[in-house]
Design a binder for this molecule. Structure first.
Ligand code: F6P
Length: 543
């Protein structure tokens, strides 16, 4: 029987340690230990992590590492890479790492090496992407494709849209990319209103090919296409599918010859480097996509082999546990100082919260400790003029991850130095603040001193990379994937299922006919839901 997390010796030691740590101030930690700015750093795969501005000492770090060891993190990492069925509630392997394994590697699942299949799909994607990019693939009327529209939701949307935005600098500028996800018809209408159907390719991306939003949008897309091309045969030239479900793809009317597959051991939120990344590959080309996979793989190898004290995902994951479980922090802000990473926080929301938003252990026991925090963020410097006020002077403790690059892709002087000066300044201000005495010394009126005092002691990590490329993007995503894994392993939860999204889906299916029927059916919900449905029906009929 697994020992409960709170019964582990390292947990008890951390609790006792926290009783002292909660009163430390980062100002004092840096004064008594100036070497920490160099010591609490780690570098791997071209990513430099400064974690010195955290409310930790060597003792804290040692205890967190001990907790990781006691929780069997190493065995769990090995089990994932080996293909054990660590997603216990769905009885599945968790092998997104196989998606970026080099050609020639061997990862055996159910007696079969899956790496050749992965590369077979990548090769098919590559030749398809090349045909779109070169104009060799033509639509129903003989025109080359100019617009690529990815239809998907959750992991079948957030990864592709984030990667497209992140790698826009490298993308084929003659092609337009759009992403339709919401079942709100506005999303489809606005994404397609200026497109010529004869030049448009739809990629229907859905692991299950049964998701309500995606299938509704895909049917609307087919109607939209046929409204102008007026021949069912056009579908074969303008629709491709990415899915694990060949039967449903065929039923929809897409030839499985135009389907790119993946496998049940790839979770939706871990799938952007599978065929779900087809739009990314069309944008940056097969070589660029291959560089991204190599970046993922380099971080995978680092996570798998580096000792915990130098292991970037392990360090980030343990710090997240330290704040969530001991300081009671309920969120983490991710603040990329790069405009191309504008969708990165949204992508991370699914990755982190669908993975670790769990309330029972692998064995089904309700946890008596906090699990996944809320991840959120916006690119800097925009966030500074919006929500940073609360991080600096509010009552919540919000650990921050700053992400910056030493080289810009768009060297328009003096922008990059200004951007990066803000990264360093924000982390400094959060950590050290400004005391009341410092404020008074500036001659500030006494009544304003409390308002202008910055308490500081707000922790942050700074991630510094050299340049945003497909490779560095792959490394950055894998870093967070494995940090999420580390947190889930400590919390003893299943980071790879998502049962929490099911109930709402089922209830929505029940309500659809209640909204659409000509006469009102007998409503058997609670009085609030019944009244809302009645009000909607009445307003819809009169409007
Ligand atoms: O509802 C949640 C979810 O299952 C996600 O985990 C997944 O990424 C998304 O829906 C989309 O699923 P699919 O790719 O099967 O359409």
């Amino acid at each position: 029987m697994t020992v409960s997390l709170t019964a582990r010796p390292a947990w008890a030691a951390l609790q006792a340690h926290y009783a002292k740590a909660r009163d430390w101030h980062l100002r004092q930690l840096f004064t008594t230990d100036p070497g920490r700015g160099d010591r609490f750093t780690a570098e791997a795969a071209g990513i430099f992590l400064d974690y010195s501005k955290n409310r930790i000492t060597d003792e804290t770090f040692g205890l967190l590492l001990q907790l990781a060891t006691e929780c069997g993190l190493k065995d769990r990492i090995d089990a994932m890479f080996r293909g054990d069925r660590i997603n216990v509630t769905e009885n599945r392997s968790v092998l997104h790492t196989a998606l970026r394994a080099p050609r020639g590697a061997s990862i055996v699942v159910d007696g079969k090496n899956v790496v050749p299949e992965v590369h077979e799909v990548l090769d098919r994607m590559g030749s398809f992407a090349d045909r779109i990019r070169s104009g060799a693939w033509t639509g129903h009327t003989g025109k080359p494709v100019k617009n690529v529209v990815n239809i998907g939701i959750g992991g079948s949307d957030l990864g592709p849209v984030m990667a497209y935005e992140a790698l826009r600098y490298y993308s084929a500028r003659g092609l337009t990319f759009r992403f339709v996800s919401n079942v709100d018809g506005t999303d489809f209408v606005e994404a397609t209103r200026d497109l010529d159907a004869a030049e448009t390719l739809f990629i229907v991306s859905s692991k299950t090919f049964t998701t309500l939003e995606t299938m509704t949008n895909a049917r609307t897309a087919r109607d939209w296409l046929l409204a102008s091309l007026t021949d069912d045969k056009a579908v074969a030239k303008h629709f491709v599918a990415v899915s694990t479900n060949a039967a449903e793809v065929t039923k929809f009317g897409i030839d499985t010859g135009n389907m790119f597959g993946f496998w049940d051991w790839v979770g939706g939120r871990y799938s952007m480097d599978s065929a779900i990344g087809l739009s990314t590959m069309i944008a940056v080309g097969p070589a660029g996509f291959g560089e991204m996979l190599a970046g993922f793989h380099e971080m995978d190898e680092h996570f798998r082999t580096a000792p915990f004290e130098k292991n970037l995902p392990v360090i980030l994951g343990l710090l997240a546990v330290w704040y969530a479980d001991f300081f009671g922090s309920q969120s983490v802000a991710v603040l990329p100082y790069d405009q191309y990473l504008k969708r990165f926080p949204a992508y991370l929301q699914q990755l982190t919260m669908e993975s670790n938003g769990k309330r029972v252990t692998l064995g089904g026991q309700e946890v008596d400790y906090a699990t996944g925090p809320v991840y959120w963020g916006e690119p800097g410097t925009n966030g500074q003029h919006s929500f940073y006020q609360l991080i600096h002077q509010g009552t919540n403790l919000i650990p921050c991850d700053f992400i910056g690059f030493t080289q810009t892709l768009n060297p328009v002087e003096p922008h990059h130095d200004l951007l990066m000066a803000n990264v360093f300044a924000q982390a400094e201000a959060l950590a050290f603040g400004k005391t009341a005495d410092e404020v008074k010394a500036e001659g500030v009126a006494a009544a304003l001193v409390p308002h202008k005092t910055f308490p500081g002691n707000r922790p942050s990590n700074t991630l510094l990379l050299d340049r945003l490329t497909p490779t560095t993007l792959g490394k950055l995503i894998a870093l967070y994937e494995h940090s999420v894994f580390t947190q889930g392993a400590i919390w003893d939860i299943d980071s790879f299922d998502q049962w929490g999204v099911e109930l709402g889906k089922v209830l929505a299916q029940r309500i659809v006919p209640e909204l659409q029927g000509a006469t009102e059916p007998a409503l058997k919900h609670d009085t609030s839901t019944n009244a809302l449905i009645r009000r909607y029906r009445a307003a819809r009929r009169s409007g």
